[in-house]
Design a protein around this ligand. Structure first.
Ligand code: SF4
Length: 459
């Protein structure tokens, strides 16, 4: 029985792991769980990052010791494909890559299409400035991503998957490779997994670092061996995705939750977060903040709790001025709105997004026009150039911002910024262009006086 094999590995590895960590003052061992100790961790709730910084990522045994592959075992031996999908639907897990689409509904879509082969793809093409959630998860706990992909594959009836990861993440790639090899060795990957009739093969595809390849249609083009350009979306990816076949495409963090949702049940997952946004979310807290790093909190935690209680406020005794959430497509939120809850709906209401989880803190010394210019420069560099509004429009926006920060801007330029931003949002082909001017629009909305100071010649 495979269960006996799993239990044996678990008991042996657990003893070694607990012995090793019990003498280390950085860990708190409570029953079967191990937690990191310290002010930075005490207000966090770690589900995705449960093993991060605790297990040796090269050891599948240590992953199993802390409950790893139990979700896969349960799915394969105790649940039908439909039951797995229903459990994920019930958990209300929404995609952590940015769009927040319900994961279970996505899987159900791919499950229902009678067209084979089907594919499971993991988007690890993290490219937001200041974001390193996916990289850290792959470096620190690659098996939780593999387990999530395996459960997705079983649920939709797929035998082939790809992890699309950027080549600039060599350690993540190396950890993933080792994890795939050890999963094969233990019969978690390959033919007749755990002695069942379910087989799954997993390949790594390296991205060359183009930000646009994080967008689903461009990512699919790139895996297929074409230039990574966004495409007009005619069909859902779940109907005609990779190689024109039904495909489930989720990001690293989304997959990292799946094993525990299946193992512990949807009700357990629903006990975290809000009605609209269940579970937890991993953020990269960076910028002018005292304690920076990976933060995982229940959805619905306020920005203030994250930035002050966990982040310790601005570094160097300065005042926090704003936070930019959601990467280059996100908005700049002023300090007086820090009681906003962090969930999909609340961030949208104040003109920002959750995105994949970037959170860049700015202090009183930061000029918000400069910040908007920084993000626009990034977008102009990363535009694939396929459509005119994004290729030309964003460049014009960047040039106007340059002019304003050089003290040569006028009132008319401020109007042009607003009009151009609206036009680019409405007419760009893909999400990159459609959201590119969000930092400009939000900073103009909340910090208009700073733009005016530049155009009035006060700075
Ligand atoms: Fe390319 Fe930008 Fe158009 Fe997207 S919006 S297709 S990134 S040019």
């Amino acid at each position: 029985m495979f269960k006996d094999k799993l239990d044996k590995i678990k008991e042996e590895a657990k003893k070694e792991l607990f012995d090793r960590l019990s003498s280390n003052g950085n860990y708190l061992i409570e029953g079967d769980t191990i937690k990191l100790i310290g002010d930075f961790y005490k207000n966090q709730t770690r589900i995705s990052l449960k093993n991060y910084g605790i297990i040796n990522p090269e050891s599948i045994e240590e992953y199993i010791a802390l409950g790893g592959y139990r979700g896969l075992y349960k799915a394969l031996f105790e649940m039908t494909r439909q039951e797995v999908i229903e459990e994920v639907k019930k958990s209300n897990l929404r995609g952590r890559g940015g769009a927040g689409f319900p994961t279970g509904r996505k899987w159900e879509g791919a499950f229902k299409v009678e067209d084979y082969p089907k594919y499971v793809v993991c988007n690890a093409d993290e490219g937001d400035p200041g974001a390193f959630m996916d990289r850290s998860l792959l470096e620190g706990d690659p098996h939780c991503v593999i387990e999530g992909m395996l459960i997705a594959a079983y649920a939709i009836g797929s035998n082939k998957g790809y992890v699309y990861v950027r080549a600039e993440y060599p350690k993540a790639v190396s950890m993933l490779r080792k994890a795939i090899e050890s999963a094969k060795k233990y019969n978690m990957l390959g033919e007749n997994i755990m002695g069942t009739d379910f087989s799954f093969d997993l390949e790594i595809r390296l991205g060359a670092g183009a930000f646009v390849c994080g967008e689903s249609t461009a990512l699919i083009q790139s895996i297929e061996g074409n230039r990574g350009l966004s495409q007009q979306k005619v069909y859902r990816t779940t109907e005609k995705g990779l190689f024109n076949k039904p495909t489930v495409l989720n990001n690293v963090e989304t997959f990292s939750n799946i094993g525990q949702i299946i193992d512990k049940g949807a009700d357990w997952y629903l006990s975290y977060g809000t009605e609209d946004s269940s579970g937890t979310k991993v953020f990269c807290l960076v910028g002018k903040v005292e304690n920076s790093g990976l933060v995982e909190v229940p959805m619905g935690t306020t920005l203030r709790e994250i930035i002050y209680d966990i982040g310790g406020g601005a570094s160097g005794g300065k005042k926090v001025k704003a936070v930019q959430t959601g990467g280059p497509s996100g908005g700049c939120i002023p300090e007086n709105l820090f009681d906003t809850k962090v969930d999909f709906a609340s961030l949208k209401e104040i003109g920002s997004i959750m995105g994949s989880g970037g959170m860049v803190v700015m202090d009183e010394d930061d000029c918000m026009v400069d910040i908007a210019k920084f993000f626009m420069e990034f977008t102009v560099d990363e535009s694939c150039g396929k459509c005119t509004p994004c290729r030309i429009g964003n460049k014009r926006v960047y040039e106007i911002l340059q002019k304003i920060t050089m003290g040569k801007g006028t009132e008319e330029d401020l109007e042009k910024l607003k009009d151009l931003s609206e036009l680019i949002t409405k007419t760009s082909l893909c999400g990159l262009g459609q959201t590119a001017t969000t930092p400009v629009v939000s900073s103009m909305h909340y910090f208009y006086d700073e733009y005016k100071s530049h155009t009035d010649g006060h700075c």
